[in-house]
Write a protein that binds this ligand. Structure first.
Ligand SMILES: Cc1cc2nc3c(=O)[nH]c(=O)nc-3n(C[C@H](O)[C@H](O)[C@H](O)COP(=O)(O)OP(=O)(O)OC[C@H]3O[C@@H](n4cnc5c(N)ncnc54)[C@H](O)[C@@H]3O)c2cc1C
Length: 424
């Protein structure tokens, strides 16, 4: 059976209805949509080779997008949280690995920029922070430098349950950093690593989570090395290898937040970690788009065999669309909710949104593979890559799917300092 002449499938805007967005948001999303087909064409190669998408970064740099969350006073595009996550989701639609690693770069700008703006600092700290962040923002905007964000260490620290094992010792004019980080997206590709460390106390006693310090360590600084293999299931183009820091000296200008302020950020601006999920919103949209195009026999290069007339396929696509719209609704709500000191209800919605986006992206990809069938999962098509990439979302600390459930379950049932007797 062949299709009657039709206008072809028109994929949805990533925000659903673009009329709800500002003109600036639409413009920035359109910039990424214009780059997208090139990213999608290269995604298969980066995935197969587990290599870093340098060409995509060159295009993001040329478009000025490396500075998307650098405040406009510092020469960047000055996107706020909501604008960035929409752009990130659009990027994820075309290449999941590029979107995920790009998020590590952008988070460095958001944390030192918009998040830091809302935090309490003494006037002295504020002036010093302003001076230091200008140096880093200039490197990003003027020199096109890329910042990574390695915080995971393989222990409880990245889950927020222990101090960082990587240690910064105060010395004359700066700090000496020692430790290791695992799963560092952009390893070997970034110019600078935004490293979370525990600031060693003068008496060398063990630090607490409050002693966290966030330092920009140049990739070329003596004592920095990248090690380990990178041959994972999905998100292979993030090249998230391990980093070793051995007696690495960084000057005071490396402080991306004043001493002691990172803990305040984590406690008061939880949405700072919610930028990991937009990539997966994009992956979910891409899986849905592919399925509709496939069933309509509109995938370029595939024989024109229609599959849309089978009720079971229609039922599966309906299920996918329902999941996609529910995911998008929470994604958009979360984009609007981000602010300093959110109330408990907003925080619960944040975990619910994060969990839903990460889990539904994978559920949608699973349905897509089952529905499109055998030919649809061949490596010559993007669906099997989307499926593998989508599985990674729920594993990302600090809010893995398990940790979202833990937090939601506990906090929905307990208020303030309520405690129960231990269960035998
Ligand atoms: C593609 C990809 C890119 C990544 N990029 C980066 C990056 O750029 N920077 C970065 O810092 N990290 C990055 N990560 C790492 C990621 O955030 C996690 O740190 C990593 O996946 C954790 O792996 P693990 O096996 O050490 O987890 P573990 O710490 O062993 O945790 C395993 C599971 O146990 C549960 N768990 C852990 N701690 C607790 C706890 N205290 N209470 C209850 N349950 C708990 C969680 O559900 C978790 O999924 C990336 C990961 C992936 C997959």
């Amino acid at each position: 059976m062949t299709a009657l002449a039709t206008p072809g499938y028109q994929p949805s805007h990533i925000a659903g209805n673009p009329a709800t967005l500002t003109e600036r948001q639409r413009e920035l999303i359109a910039m990424v949509s214009a780059l997208g087909p090139g990213f999608a064409a290269r995604a298969e190669r980066y995935d197969r080779q587990a290599s870093f998408p340098f060409e995509n970064y060159a295009e993001l740099r040329a478009a000025g997008l490396l500075g998307i969350c650098v405040p406009s006073a510092h020469g960047g595009l000055g996107a706020d949280f909501a604008t960035y996550v929409l752009v990130a989701a659009e990027l994820g639609r075309w290449c999941g690995s590029t979107a995920l690693s790009f998020n590590m770069h952008v988070s460095s700008c958001l944390w030192a920029g918009l998040v830091a703006d809302g935090l309490d600092m003494t006037p002295g700290q504020r002036a010093e922070h302003e001076r230091i962040r200008a140096i880093h923002f200039e490197r990003i905007v003027r020199d096109g430098q890329v910042y990574a964000q390695p915080f995971s260490e393989g222990g409880a620290a990245a889950a927020g349950a222990a101090p960082w094992g990587t240690v910064a010792q105060r010395v004359d004019g700066g700090y000496v950093v020692n430790g290791r980080k695992i799963f560092a997206s952009l390893a070997g590709a970034a110019d600078c690593y935004g490293v979370l460390c525990t600031l060693e106390r003068p008496d060398h006693s063990g630090g607490s989570r409050r002693d966290a310090i966030y330092l920009a360590v140049p990739a070329k600084a003596p004592g920095v090395s990248v090690y380990g293999d990178w041959d994972p299931l999905g998100m292979r183009g993030t090249v998230s290898r391990n980093l070793l820091f051995q007696d690495v000296f960084v000057p005071d200008d490396a402080r991306l937040m004043p001493e002691g302020v990172y803990f305040q950020a984590v406690s008061r601006y939880p949405h700072m970690f919610a930028t990991l999920s937009p990539t997966y919103m994009g992956v979910a949209q891409a899986a849905y788009d592919f399925t509709v195009q496939y069933l309509r026999a509109e995938v370029p290069g595939m024989p024109p065999v229609l599959r849309r007339m089978y009720p079971t396929k229609q039922y599966a696509v309906a299920e996918m669309r329902i999941k996609l719209e529910a995911t998008r609704a929470l994604f958009l709500q979360n984009a609007r909710d981000a602010r300093i000191d959110p109330d408990k209800d907003t925080r619960m919605r944040l975990y619910a949104a994060h969990y839903t986006i990460m889990e539904n992206a994978n559920a949608l990809c699973q349905l897509a593979i089952r529905t499109c069938g055998g030919q649809g999962m061949l490596k010559s098509l993007p669906l099997e890559r989307l499926y593998r990439d989508s599985r990674c979302g729920s594993l990302m600390l600090p809010w893995t799917a398990e940790l979202c459930l833990d937090r939601l379950g506990r906090e929905c049932l307990y208020e303030g300092n309520e405690r129960d007797e231990a269960i035998e």
